[in-house]
Design a binder for this molecule. Structure first.
Ligand code: GLC
Length: 739
């Protein structure tokens, strides 16, 4: 281990002069690290101050030029530098070869795993299991921290109502309540109880804000939403992440109603720091500072930098504007040095919170890295969470689970044996060779008496249909055909918006041809977004939404297909019938002319307005009944609490887990309200025949709205309550809010 020898003999004792800066990041029970940031600040040159705000990206290792910048004190952190050996060497240079020896933040996108690739976040959202989501974030942090990463650019908490947008795969779907619960779970998983721990990394809630509202579902596109929609739909998961103690926030590329987020002082300073009291670090997204010129709100690099810094963006990722262009503006009196100092303090506070002034390596060693990466317990966790993420959408005549009576199983499709697709769009250091494909999983699980045969059938996106005939022949000779269709990993994620939502290429043709053989078909959809599989929903007896499940894809899928575990996933997004319905989401408004048989109402003349599969929906191999819906009172005061209880019974012949969901509808208010809004959920594992009473608590947080003056308030009036297994139907009750 390279001893950390400080160049300066001064043993830096830093006690935070930030008035809660670090304690806001660290839970109260952890003593704030003792560093006097002000005395360090007082010793810094202006260039060194901007150096702390400079966040270059490395291409595997720092270049000679980047190391020179580092030695001059002109780098506050690097992104994309990973590996215990490389990060230790670079930290050593930082703390022993620069004048002040300030350690580096080392950031990396640990979106759904570092080396062990877990299900994509949208798949994890389908578990509706905050404990599972926290566990995978913690396992990912353990691996990343062992590799020298001390900062992750995750969780991505953007609400997405438009599945054309590729980044829907990185988030928790369309609902602010579910998104908020999972945002907090991920922050806790990444940061743990103490950021100084060797298995903790600082979390970043991104992309602030409303990035998922891009017009046309086209990435980076204009967002034009009202402040009410911003506050009620897009902001809650960020607030939940802040309240969970997220150490940093990343601003988004997009504008909101004319103001790009990197220049949105109201958003970053008035709301985030003022209203929410966030005292952590704000980092730009990639060249977001420079892109203020593209947005047309800055005429030069220096102007863009000034605008972003004064907005409250502390660190400039990649564009090097802060460190190159802003010292001159300070010297010209165009930027107050106090503005610079405030940003530098927040960067230093984050480093102190991570304990980097005591241990720049944050516990990372090559031995530790080798011990934890792809640890067996991480693979086991990946399989467990992947099982829960699988959503059973259709199961006519109980075709599933597969029984040993199915002697020949034909596994068909371009994704059946595709290792990289299983890892999704952002696997970090995940290695496709680690992945178990659906074919491998089915082969490993099928019993002695079952023969598994395979045909690719066609490509993912190409138009070659020559392979369909072989696949059809194979299906004809089998007792059941499992078709694994959908998207490649790079067809969702960043800069991967689609204009259609169907099965790509000639996959639909393959599906219809195999279905036409009469052999029963199970469709497994592997995708980073919901796909409009309308034909399948009418003709194919069994449909499973498998998203992209990570390294244990094949085993988890086989566990469900063969019935070792009952599927329990629920949709975190609406599945449209057609791209023409988009944006389509469950928590929509009623309008003055809600759709009906009546002509002059809000509907299409060529398609039902209802979704193919609704938010919150998912089947099981057993069945559940809801009864005895009870409210603790017929009315509550605006700041009162109401307890809602319901009894859930497993009425089937086998175990299963149900996700009981609570929705509210405020019938009459000063502003229009969604027809339903998720206000609570609980996963309820039940044995066959078992019943359990589930309790929810309802209060101002779920009942409040932003009135016509944008004041958050709970208004009197009648509220409808719905409790069930999806956002449609369920038991109903009502209560009053009375002043
Ligand atoms: C990308 C993404 C952001 C990511 C950052 C660093 O452009 O928008 O999510 O964290 O750059 O890789």
């Amino acid at each position: 281990m390279t001893p950390v020898r400080r160049r300066n003999t001064l043993c830096i004792v830093i006690t935070l002069a930030l008035g809660g800066g670090v304690s806001a990041i660290l839970p109260a029970q952890t003593p704030a690290p003792r560093r006097n940031i002000d005395s360090l600040l007082a010793r810094m040159t202006l260039e060194e101050k901007f150096g702390q705000l400079n966040l270059p990206s490395v291409d595997n290792r720092p270049s000679a030029e980047q190391l020179e910048l580092l030695r001059k004190g002109l780098v506050g952190g690097f992104l994309n530098l990973t590996g215990a050996a490389a990060t230790r060497e670079t930290q050593r240079v930082a703390v022993t070869e620069s004048r002040l020896g300030i350690p580096l933040l080392l950031g990396y996108d640990v979106i759904h795993g570092y080396r062990t690739t877990f299900p994509i976040p949208l798949a994890e959202a389908s578990t509706w299991d905050p404990a599972a989501v926290e566990a995978t974030a913690h396992a990912a942090a353990r691996e990343a921290a062992a590799a020298g990463v001390n900062w992750t650019f995750a969780p991505m908490v953007d609400v997405a109502r438009d599945p054309r947008w590729g980044r829907i795969s990185e988030g928790a779907g369309e609902d602010p309540y579910l998104g908020s619960v999972l945002a907090a779970a991920r922050v806790h998983g990444f940061q743990g109880a103490d950021l100084r721990a060797p298995d903790a990394v600082m979390a970043t809630a991104k992309h602030f804000a409303a990035y998922g509202g891009a017009e046309g579902g086209r990435d980076y596109n204009t967002v034009d939403v009202s402040e009410r929609t911003l506050r009620e739909i897009y902001l809650p998961p960020f607030r939940a992440a802040v309240e969970a103690g997220a150490g940093s926030i990343m601003t988004s590329f997009n504008e909101i109603a004319g103001t790009p987020s990197h220049a949105n002082r109201w958003l970053v300073t008035a709301l985030l720091r003022g209203e929410w009291k966030f005292s952590g670090l704000v980092v730009s997204d990639w060249t977001g500072v420079e892109e203020l010129r593209g947005h047309g709100v800055a005429g030069s690099r220096a102007d863009a930098g000034k605008l972003a810094l004064e907005t409250g963006v502390d660190m400039d990722m990649v564009s090097r504007i802060y460190v190159d262009d802003l010292p001159a503006l300070v010297r010209a009196g165009r930027i107050p040095v106090a503005t610079v100092d405030a940003a530098v303090r927040r960067v230093l506070a984050a480093k102190a919170a991570l304990g980097l002034f005591d241990d720049p390596y944050h516990g990372a060693t090559v031995e530790r890295e080798q011990a934890v990466l792809l640890a067996p317990e991480h693979r086991k966790l990946a399989r467990e969470v992947a099982r829960e993420a699988i959503v059973l959408l259709r199961n006519e005549a109980a075709l599933l689970p597969l029984t040993s009576a199915r002697h020949t199983v034909a596994v068909i499709g371009p994704l059946a044996d595709d290792k990289s697709a299983a890892l999704g769009s952002w696997p970090g250091h995940g290695d496709p060779r680690d992945a178990i494909t659906p074919l491998e999983g089915i082969r490993a699980r099928a019993g002695e008496g079952t023969k598994v045969v395979y045909a690719k059938g066609c490509g993912i996106t190409d138009s070659a249909a020559a392979g369909i005939a072989d696949a059809v022949a194979l299906a004809r000779g089998a007792d059941i055909a499992v078709l694994v269709l959908g998207e490649a990993g790079d067809m969702s994620g960043e800069a991967a918006s689609r204009s259609t939502l169907g099965l790509p290429g000639v996959q639909e043709q393959l599906l219809e041809a195999v279905q036409g053989t009469g052999t029963p078909v199970v469709l497994v959809v592997m995708s980073g977004r919901p796909l409009a599989v309308a034909w399948a929903a009418e003709h194919v007896p069994a449909i499973v939404q498998a998203w992209q499940l990570g390294v244990e894809t094949g085993h988890a899928l086989a566990d469900v297909l063969f019935g070792d575990v009952s599927p329990s996933g629920k949709l975190p997004v609406t599945v449209p019938r057609s791209v023409g319905q988009v944006p389509i989401y469950y928590n929509h408004k009623n309008t003055g002319r809600p759709p009906s048989a009546e002509k002059y109402t809000s509907k299409y003349i060529d398609l039902p307005v209802s979704p193919l599969f609704p938010f919150g929906y998912g089947l099981s191999y057993t069945s559940f009944e809801y009864k005895d819906l009870k409210l603790s009172a017929p009315s509550i005061t605006p700041n009162g609490k109401l307890r809602v209880s319901v009894t859930v019974t497993n009425t089937g012949a086998r175990e299963g887990a149900e996700v009981a969901q609570l929705y509210l509808h405020d019938e009459v208010a000063s502003v229009t309200r969604p027809v339903r809004a998720l206000a609570g959920f609980q996963r309820v594992p039940l044995k066959a025949g078992e019943s359990r009473t589930v309790d929810f608590e309802v209060g101002a947080k779920q009942l409040g709205l932003y009135d016509q003056n944008m004041k958050f308030t709970v208004e009197p009036g009648r509220v409808r309550v719905f409790v069930g297994g999806s956002s449609v139907g369920g038991l109903e009750a009502e209560f009053e809010v009375r002043r």
